[in-house]
Design a protein around this ligand. Structure first.
Ligand code: B12
Length: 290
């Protein structure tokens, strides 16, 4: 059979895709780096599936699924995270920043929805555990790169301690909330995932933190939360706040021994902690001078 008359190859090169889309090949390369177009590398050559090229054509006029107010697309970011492509993921972030998104919006309106979509796709069996781990590892690298943008010079408003309780391995929510609090002018001691109750106590005492945030994302950590709250109450004067995706409301947080709930999302966490600081200051003013 004449090869010219066989079915077209399942994949095509950068130049062939450019021709099919009617754009410059560097534009196609940018589509790949920013996650708009799926591709893989065969040696040093990019290969793109024809159906993905045609899909891009079709999508050009269709609305995207999860879009931030100012242009970044969580689904595009997720594709790059799953590919373990830090440079491509960062380009999605940079293009959101270039369109006017601030670092808080990148965290909460771009990265967090991408991570939630990751969870859904994993739960539906569309992604392997390796995919999920690679995406999480790449997300950590993005959070680290964005970190300096939350630094605020000058006097801090007070010290807050944050960590996930013993057995709780989700530390990305802790990382995001810690940076949001730094951006709001707090000094933050971040203990990350799987922190034993005794370590919360030691760190709270040595940092003189006025407030401790216990993070719970997955199920099955109630005993660890209660144990941590009890240890903190016994040995420190810090206010204790419990929150995270597994703590959906105030009554659950109070039932776990918390002084109050943090709120639904990181923006609410910042306003809850700010409110708490103001209340503590007002209380001190009311106290009679000895
Ligand atoms: C990445 C990930 C992992 C990674 C964690 C990587 C890491 N280092 O963080 C790994 C692979 C380790 C993991 C493990 C597991 N995971 Co997981 N994981 C996720 C995933 C995909 C993203 C988590 C994330 O970072 N989300 C983004 C954050 C920013 O969103 P958020 O949690 O809503 O955070 C906001 C709120 O919490 C809010 N907030 C409000 N108040 C407060 C207070 C505080 C203190 C903080 C910090 C935040 C906060 O602020 C945040 C920002 O707005 C989620 C999917 C999802 N829906 O989130 C599943 C998910 C949380 N995981 C899930 C499960 C089941 C597990 C495992 C049990 C799986 C298993 N069988 O092994 C284990 C548990 C391990 C353990 N012992 O903890 C389920 C939990 C379901 C449930 N609640 O019943 C989810 C929802 C996936 C799913 N759809 O089923 N996971």
């Amino acid at each position: 059979m004449n090869p010219k008359h066989t079915a077209p190859p399942a994949t095509m090169s950068l130049h062939e895709a450019a021709e099919r889309l009617g754009v410059h090949y560097m534009t196609v390369y940018r589509y790949i780096r920013t996650g708009r177009l799926a591709a893989h590398q065969d040696g040093r050559q990019w290969r793109i599936r024809i159906e993905d090229v045609d899909g891009l054509k079709d999508r050009a006029s269709a609305p995207t699924e999860v879009t931030t107010r100012r242009g970044g697309t969580a689904s595009r970011l997720l594709e790059r995270l799953i590919a373990g492509d830090e440079a491509g993921s960062w380009q999605v972030v940079e293009s959101a920043l270039a369109s006017g998104a601030d670092p808080t919006e990148v965290h909460l309106d771009l990265l967090a929805p991408a991570l939630r979509e990751l969870g859904q796709r994993w739960q539906q069996g569309q992604l392997s555990i390796a995919d999920e781990h690679r995406a999480s590892a790449t997300a950590h690298r993005l959070v680290a790169r964005l970190g300096p943008r939350f630094a605020r010079p000058g006097r801090k408003r007070g010290t807050v301690l944050i960590g996930a309780v013993a057995g709780e391995l989700h530390d990305l929510p802790v990382n995001l909330v810690a940076d949001q609090l730094r951006g709001a002018g707090f000094s933050v001691i971040e203990l990350g995932a799987n922190t034993p109750a005794s370590s919360f106590v030691t760190a709270t005492t040595s940092a003189s933190a006025f407030c401790v945030l216990l993070s719970v994302t997955g199920p099955g950590h109630d005993d660890a939360v209660r144990e941590t709250v009890a240890a903190l109450r016994r040995d420190t004067n810090a206010s204790i706040l419990v929150g995270g995706a597994a703590v959906p409301n105030e009554s659950t947080a109070i039932d776990l021994g918390s002084d109050r709930w943090t709120g639904h999302n990181a923006r609410e966490v910042v306003s809850t902690v700010t409110g708490l600081l103001e209340e503590r200051a007002a209380e001190r003013r009311r106290r009679p001078v000895p």
